[in-house]
Write a protein that binds this ligand. Structure first.
Ligand SMILES: *Cc1c(COP(=O)(O)O)cnc(C)c1O
Length: 420
């Protein structure tokens, strides 16, 4: 896990005091370090590009802030988009359509038409989608998401590649589907699979590459189609705990590209990291507003709840926390860090040894850039928080915090009920 330096006892992030950032922009606030984001992109890109032509498709559902997308666009990233909203957001951030690949699941005809209209690449998820796409156009290059029968992930909720999954062309229908696409007149360029999200072992990647390589060759033998790219999805785990192992990306890059180059004629390898690129680029700063000794437990009450960061409540995910203004002080007591949402499941961290907490302390929640803001909500009528970008000692607001008017926007009270 990446840790951060401190100065005079205060945690420093992107060259800035986290306490100054919290004071200037208010809390809770997501803070992204531009240099870490760029470093993450370069590391994962180079791990593969050192061996063969590589496309990194940022799985943008992890974080769709336009400034963050713009940074990755500058780095040369491609996009994996799972909805028309994500496609349009990435176009707005400046990605050219041909660097966006749409991988939908249970796609409606309206969405399919809208995606075709943008000119982005389409990765087809089902035989039904293929037939429906053919009615709109066959004049676009496509690829298929297949169900590899390999699953991975930090939680059952995010395992996507297992046999019987709702995602992809079932394994025993793959050849038939490529044949059908050829018959319909499509130019089929690639094959894709995604096993799941956030696993820390390399085995599922090796397994899925084996499945994909075999299929690439079977497809060539049975249909004559020579695929150009192989996309083995995302799911690269990130160490959330201090003792978690680092991902061995360089080894993985060399093993995987070796397999692909030795076993197939594939020209380009594609991967779809979401979490890996953004996760540890971002921290969440939240203020301690209440300290409570409840007899069996000590609570640090903060102003961020599962409306702001849902991963602990939703997946029981672990996020490392530290008191940013007591950064190098030793833990003296065990605390639960809990938010303002009126459910007992509302927590950020449990049983953490922390320095003595006081109202006004700033709590830093680590590794909050992936599925953090993106999954936040206005539950309990709390407007969503701001996002800030820090870079070499400068901080810029990249999303204003919402206000109460935002809660009511789009709601309509019929005139007969209205008092105004
Ligand atoms: C979510 C998703 C990813 C990224 O998963 P991470 O664990 O964030 O890397 C990649 N590909 C597809 C199709 C996805 O749905």
């Amino acid at each position: 896990m990446r840790d951060y330096e401190s100065k005079d006892g205060t945690m420093i992030f992107g060259g800035m005091s986290t306490v100054d950032i919290a004071n200037k922009f208010g809390t809770p606030v997501y803070v992204t370090n531009e240099q870490i984001l760029r470093e993450n992109y370069r590391r994962i890109y180079n791990a593969f590009a050192a061996h063969m032509p590589t496309e990194v498709h940022y799985a943008c559902k992890a974080n769709t802030n336009l400034a963050i997308l713009s940074i990755l666009e500058q780095e040369g990233s491609h996009i994996d988009a799972v909805s028309i909203g994500e496609v349009l957001t990435c176009l707005k951030a400046g990605f050219p359509a041909d660097r966006i690949m749409y991988t939908g699941c249970n796609v409606s005809n309206e969405e399919l038409q809208a995606v075709v209209d943008t000119g982005c690449r389409i990765n087809v998820d089902s035989e039904s989608e293929l037939e429906r796409l053919a009615k709109i156009t066959t004049d676009i290059p496509i690829s298929f998401r297949i169900t590899p029968g390999v699953a991975s992930g930090h939680s059952g909720k995010v395992m996507t590649g297992g046999k019987g999954a709702k995602f992809g062309i079932p394994y025993n229908r793959v050849i038939k589907t490529y044949e059908r696409a050829q018959e319909l007149g499509f130019d089929v360029k690639g094959i894709h699979a995604h096993t799941g999200s956030g696993g820390l072992t390399v085995d599922p990647f090796i397994e899925v590459i084996e499945v994909l390589c075999e299929l690439v060759n079977d497809i060539k033998d049975r249909t004559g189609i020579e695929l150009e790219f192989l996309d083995f999805g995302g799911g690269f785990g990130v160490p959330y705990k201090p003792q978690d192992p680092e991902a061995e990306l360089e080894d993985l890059g060399s093993i995987i590209t070796d397999m692909v180059m030795n076993e197939t004629d594939i020209k380009t390898i594609a991967l779809e990291p979401g979490r890996y690129l953004v996760c540890d680029s971002t921290i969440l700063l939240t203020k301690c507003v209440d300290v409570k000794n409840a007899g069996t437990k000590n609570y640090i009450g903060v102003d961020a709840g599962f409306n702001t960061l849902i991963r602990p409540a939703f997946y029981d995910s672990y996020h490392y926390v530290s008191i940013a203004n007591k950064h190098n002080k030793a833990g003296v007591a065990k605390y639960d860090v809990v938010g303002p949402i009126c459910e007992s499941g509302d927590y950020i961290a449990r049983d953490r040894a922390l320095p003595e907490a006081e109202e006004g302390d700033i709590v830093a929640v680590y590794c909050a850039g992936a599925y953090g803001f993106a999954m936040s909500s206005t539950y309990n009528s709390r407007p969503r928080c701001a996002e800030v970008l820090v870079n070499n000692g400068e901080a810029e607001l990249i999303r204003e915090k919402e206000d109460f008017e935002d809660l009511w926007r789009h709601q309509i009270v019929p005139k007969r009920l209205s008092k105004q």
